[in-house]
Design a protein around this ligand. Structure first.
Ligand code: HEC
Ligand code: HEC
Ligand code: HEC
Ligand code: HEC
Ligand code: HEC
Ligand code: HEC
Ligand code: HEC
Ligand code: HEC
Ligand code: HEC
Length: 385
């Protein structure tokens, strides 16, 4: 055919032929062929076995610029993943790969390769892309921080396990326990604090009542935690669990922490303040100023517990720099006075509860009987007079 064209001089035909071929190629590239849309495509598309025949081999890699990307995929691990269980094939995600050699890769680093595939999940999980849009991570990413996480940083597409129990519809215990490790990939310092905290240690033991990173921060829509509104909202965040008797009774912890906090000089002002100036940051103590955030300890912890005055003093001094050893005694505590907690205050209160009605009652009685006697005397006086 090539030959024939060369032997046939009219150039216009050659031009039309190439134009036609060009348009056809363009159409094939842009519009899916009928063969692809038809159900028979399932048989045509390369199977996972085809890809894994090469990709299960240990030690293979692809060089990207000066870096080397390992390309071994473990078939057993892939087989256990949620995507494999749902029948998602390699080529459902790697839509541009149909055979070998693969199309050329432009990325010059491992990160650039990841970022080039960042939209892979969109076709099936579009809702999550909506959620991340205004998150701290996406904002950091849009501002040029390429280390901010994309989907695949938190979810390995080849090994991702099911997170939501199929029957419960809830996050599985294993998924919950693994959350901090997911964030630890980048937030190492915070993770190190959290894992030794009262919440983190309990989580590692499989306790599902304690908060993990995502309970306080959200998952895909993480807000900036350094804002005034986040700070002012801390008491409500903690109260979610700490006011809940169904949770706290298991641990013998007070459910009056918020109530007592709100009644105290700091809480009263924070509550009023928040109503009056919702956008402004409070300078009064919120839960985390005394208890910490990621490093919250049991209050009777031998080293850092704030039930110990000297540990509490350090917290007060941050805002009351002149506070001396006795200052923390001003903190009445989360327990309303009772025979066990603050007995003196309790008995003084109790005393007044009886003393005042008794005195007032006695006086009223005295006054009434006196009036009665005077009236009786007067009546007697009028009779005799
Ligand atoms: C004949 C062996 C072979 C087959 C079959 C094969 N691959 Fe590869 N693949 C490789 C090798 C080797 C590399 C590493 C560098 C290269 O391209 O030579 C690689 C690289 C890759 C990469 C990394 C980046 C890139 O695009 O080069 C991806 C992704 C990939 N393969 C996916 C697949 C998928 C999906 C299939 C099935 C449709 C598949 N491969 C089938 C051998 C194979
Ligand atoms: C749910 C979507 C999805 C499925 C299914 C999937 N991949 Fe991937 N794959 C990705 C994404 C996204 C990346 C980029 C990963 C990153 O950013 O680190 C990737 C990366 C790769 C790489 C480069 C090395 C690496 O691990 O980053 C290879 C090789 C690869 N995939 C092969 C396969 C093969 C073979 C299969 C089938 C057995 C498969 N993939 C199934 C989404 C998928
Ligand atoms: C071709 C469709 C498809 C693509 C592309 C895809 N997924 Fe999935 N994914 C599914 C299906 C189907 C499920 C199981 C049903 C469900 O719970 O959503 C699933 C489940 C998941 C789960 C577990 C959800 C749960 O409820 O337990 C995560 C996490 C996940 N995918 C992440 C990703 C990420 C990250 C990517 C991109 C790298 C990706 N997926 C790409 C189809 C897909
Ligand atoms: C910073 C880490 C992180 C990033 C980035 C991230 N996820 Fe998640 N994702 C998680 C964690 C942790 C969970 C489980 C914990 C939870 O739901 O509280 C989860 C849950 C999920 C689930 C199952 C639960 C549900 O709500 O349906 C899906 C599906 C999912 N992610 C997909 C995605 C996709 C798609 C992207 C990218 C747009 C993405 N994730 C980005 C950490 C992340
Ligand atoms: C791949 C790395 C990576 C992972 C994984 C990751 N983050 Fe981040 N995170 C970042 C980067 C980068 C920033 C932006 C830092 C900055 O702007 O100072 C950030 C910012 C944040 C911020 C805001 C910090 C601030 O000072 O405003 C919070 C909160 C946060 N991440 C929580 C989480 C949680 C919770 C998880 C786990 C579900 C997680 N991150 C997983 C990289 C990561
Ligand atoms: C009990 C709720 C709670 C839990 C659990 C929690 N955080 Fe926070 N986090 C907060 C609060 C409140 C702040 C605001 C900081 C402040 O007031 O000092 C914060 C601040 C942050 C910040 C930004 C400020 C900083 O200190 O750099 C990051 C990043 C962060 N958290 C990540 C995490 C990660 C990762 C985890 C899990 C390992 C986690 N958080 C667990 C409540 C929590
Ligand atoms: C998701 C529920 C939940 C949230 C949110 C939560 N906690 Fe807790 N917290 C618990 C549970 C459950 C325990 C008991 C753990 C144990 O003893 O094993 C606990 C224990 C504690 C203790 C230790 C009490 C003691 O001495 O034994 C303190 C202090 C504490 N939390 C403070 C806070 C503060 C402050 C916040 C908010 C920044 C907060 N918690 C948010 C569930 C929660
Ligand atoms: C985050 C900062 C912060 C911390 C931490 C803090 N306070 Fe305060 N506190 C304040 C502010 C602000 C006021 C209001 C001062 C004013 O109105 O003049 C206040 C008021 C008080 C008052 C009322 C009398 C006065 O001086 O105005 C007492 C008593 C008090 N705090 C005791 C404590 C004790 C005890 C601790 C430690 C357990 C503590 N505070 C920790 C910020 C804090
Ligand atoms: C001014 C400092 C301060 C503030 C603010 C504060 N706490 Fe406390 N908290 C303490 C001290 C001191 C103890 C230990 C002695 C006690 O129980 O009064 C304690 C004890 C606790 C305990 C253990 C209770 C028990 O039954 O043993 C929990 C839980 C707790 N606080 C949660 C909170 C929460 C939630 C907030 C915010 C709504 C908060 N705290 C605000 C100082 C504070």
């Amino acid at each position: 055919m090539h030959q024939r064209i060369q032997h046939r001089p009219p150039r216009i035909w050659t031009f039309i032929l190439f134009l036609g071929l060009g348009l056809l190629t363009f159409a094939l590239a842009v519009f899916p062929s009928p063969a692809q849309a038809a159900p028979t495509y399932q048989e045509d598309k390369p199977s996972n076995d085809f890809c894994l025949a090469c990709h299960q081999e240990e030690g293979i890699s692809k060089s990207l610029g000066s870096e080397s990307l390992p390309v071994t995929i473990n078939p057993t691990q892939f087989g256990l993943s949620v995507h494999s269980a749902e029948g998602i094939a390699c080529v459902d995600c790697h839509t541009d790969i149909r055979g070998y050699p693969h199309p050329s890769v432009k990325a010059k680093s491992i990160r650039a390769f990841s970022l080039a595939l960042a939209d892979t999940c969109k076709e099936c999980h579009e809702d999550k892309y909506e959620k991340i849009r205004d998150s701290v991570h996406q904002t950091a990413f849009d501002a040029g921080n390429e280390n901010a996480p994309i989907c695949a940083d938190c979810h390995n597409p080849h090994t991702q396990a099911r997170l939501i129990g199929q029957e419960s519809g809830q996050l599985t215990i294993a998924a919950r326990r693994d959350v901090p490790a997911t964030c630890a990939a980048c937030h190492t310092d915070i993770y190190d604090k959290y894992k030794n905290s009262v919440h983190g240690a309990a989580l590692a033991d499989g306790n599902t009542d304690v908060p993990t990173c995502t309970d306080c921060h959200g998952v895909h829509n993480i807000d900036d935690p350094t804002t005034a509104s986040f700070r002012n909202n801390t008491p409500a965040l903690c109260a979610d669990c700490h006011d809940n008797a169904a949770i706290m009774d298991k641990y013998g912890l007070s459910t009056e922490v918020t109530e007592t906090y709100v009644a105290d000089f700091h809480g009263t002002t924070v509550t009023l303040f928040e109503q009056q100036f919702p956008g402004q940051e409070t300078n009064k103590a919120v839960c985390s100023d005394c208890h910490g955030v990621h490093d919250i300890a049991k209050v009777d912890n031998a080293e850092t517990g704030i039930a110990m005055q000297e540990n509490l003093l350090i917290k007060c001094q941050r805002c009351h720099p002149d506070a001396t050893a006795n200052f923390p005694a001003a903190w009445m505590g989360h327990y309303p006075p009772s025979p066990e907690h603050y007995p003196i205050v309790y008995y003084v209160n109790l005393f007044y509860k009886f003393f005042i009605p008794a005195v007032l009652g006695g006086m009223t009685f005295f006054v009434l009987t006196d009036i009665y006697r005077r009236i009786v005397n007067r009546m007697k006086g009028t009779k005799h007079a």
